[in-house]
Write a protein of this length. Sequence first.
Length: 261
Amino acid sequence: MMEFWHCHKPHDHEKHDDEKLTQRGYGASNAIAAQPNVGFVDLTSFMVAESDCNGLLFSPSMKESGFQSSELALEADPSSKWQHISCTACQSEVGIYNVAASSLSLFKWQTLCQTEAPMPVPNSIHCLAATLTASISRTGSSKFVVLPHLLSQKNEDAAGNPAKALHLWVLNPYVVYASSKLETKKTAMKILYQFLDIEQGNKLADDLNSDVQDISLPSPVVETAGHHLVSSSLLLPENDRIFREWHVGLLDRWDSGLVDS
């Protein structure tokens, strides 16, 4: 009703003040953006202003050499909406730059914080599991398609290989398991998974009648998650590794009380 009232106020049909629409605090024309000395934290990243960072390179594609600033990278490719961010020292991808919001998102699994007491660092698998858990709590849906973002027009990863999407179905969001191949017990999500072509993943995510939630992550993270699920399947009894057209795997969760291997 609120959306209807704002779009169709009965006494304002003849008044056209469209520029005021962009000044409201909600809607598609608004976005969260970091400010200098003020950042935001979500499940997978830290959003900060470019002026608060140094030692970074910006590039429209991982195959291209990086630039010292987002402005220079945007001059090289004015049509880009996102840019890769890599470390000048090790050349590893550490985040993405949102051109529209003028903000950097630094991946948690690529970031090390200095603390008084050393603590285990979550990896990309833990961040994916946390994202799935939050989405289940928010939407009630347990089916997901994980798509890699910032792909080339040929849907290839940085190495030039055909990229894949992950189709996930969470059976149990919290299990504790142990194995003779592991040093200690671990907490995980029990998951059914499939590998999809990017076109199949996009079609599944765009279907209005689908009960699947879409998640966008860097291509290396999606690839790492796929390898992790395949290797975790080997920890299960042989008869429990396949369910119809699905594979069964375990996605490790973050647990500060357990040692991270």
